[in-house]
Write a protein of this length. Sequence first.
Length: 137
Amino acid sequence: MSKVFVLDTNKQPLDPIHPGWARKLLDTKQAAVFCQCPFTIILKTERVNPQVQSLRLKLDPGSKTTGMALVNDATGEVVFAAELVHRGQQIKQALDGRRAARRSRRNATSKRNASTGSVVRINCSSSGAARSGRMSA
């Protein structure tokens, strides 16, 4: 289950709490919403010498997504989990589409013969005619 992150009045992190307890703090005006994503509240009263448990960030890198989990060291409980979707494939597809559009524009161009009005294509083979600059009809 996901937890709600808590900040004290000095914006120092405290232990994450259950969403029901956070709702009670918000209803009784003892806390305010600090951030929507990830949902974080800030307390309106100051805490003196708070004891904070240590949390560990675990990463699971993948080719398409990276998994992230915030785990409580003492209990092993998952406090927060998220997936980060990589944009590598989206960027590659966009570049491929742009390359295809450029190629189609290049291939659509043709040179017109001024005397007959017919389209003359340039043959770029490695034959002697192409090297000498003569065009084939």
